[in-house]
Design a protein around this ligand. Sequence first.
Ligand SMILES: *Cc1c(COP(=O)(O)O)cnc(C)c1O
Length: 395
Amino acid sequence: MHQLKAKILKQFNSKRISTILTQAGKNPELQNGFVNPPIQRGSTILFDKAQDLYDESLKSYGLEGSSTHDNLCDALNKIMGANGTILCPSGLSAITTSLLAFAKSGDHILVSDSAYGPTRRFCDTILKSFGIEIDYYPPRIGKDISQYIKQNTKIIMLESPGSLSLEIQDVPAIVHVAKQHNILTMIDDTWSAGIFFKPLLIGVDISIQALTKYQSGHSDVLLGSVSCVSTKIYKILVDTHKNLGLGTSAEDAWLCLRGLRTMAIRLKHQDMVARELANWLLEREEIEQIIHPALSNNIDYEIWSRDFTGAGALFSIILKPQYREKTIDMLNAYKIFSMGFSWGGYESLVINCNPQLRRNYLSPEFKNPLIRYSIGLEDIEDLKEDFIRGFEALK
Ligand SMILES: *Cc1c(COP(=O)(O)O)cnc(C)c1O
């Protein structure tokens, strides 16, 4: 598999990812020589000839996106090895659009038990109300996903690592089973930014990004994307996107494209600092467990190192049970870590997770306080001091 990973990465693009991120989605020759594309706003598109008004091969309205959106989609296609990408107003709408495009009344869909909370909420409310059956599968199920498949199973919705609890899935094994049963696979790949993992290249049909996170990178944009290889799937996504009327702003697409230019270096730095902090925290007696897939003692380390090339900004810790009452004091003591939902920006963030952990299958240690950190671009020594400030507040 290691060899396969190397082969896939080599085949898919002649250039390495940092170079792709600086070059993709720009055409100076079409931009009066300027390095960056313009922000093209607009609703109405004008036609010269009446016979073109209903020509389906031409863009006819702003909801189909301007050249700015096309630039971003080009770049995302190159990063992910896709043939088509649609943009949605948020990561969540990228997920819901993908599910709405393919799940029909009477279908059964399998969703990872570790899925992003709002994905689960959408499945349990809107999809259920449409007569779609949902089952959640344990994220570490691997090839035994076959036990969950029914006659009417249409989609497997993966997310690896899972939100908050960060379980890594054996995606190649699940995809293998899905293909045997003719089931569509989709993955929320936000954690890897489409950089550390290449779901489309190992056969996942649809790869979803919350571009709000690493790609935009500055906590000032909400945007999502759905990418695929198959032109048939792309056509269904485009039609659904059109029917739902999902416009996105050209400024947001432009800001996201701007974010891509520095993403490789941000990710590399955040990955390095997050790993160093996670290792440093191993010695703290207040901590029961550190959940970071790239730590060699992590339960998923083997699969992570087989399938991923990096780890990024996120990790979680589980505090020992005696600190349950004091967890809030620890969070309130931080001066560098801000408290807030979302992650992947330039600023370090922290949240306690237990109130939003809704799972059917969760190992018992998650009854203890689960804290998630997103490491930003601050100096590591200041972050260490902040951790210590937090631990002092547990006393
Ligand atoms: C944040 C997040 C989303 C949703 O993105 P928004 O743009 O905030 O809607 C989806 N999936 C995961 C894993 C996320 O962390």
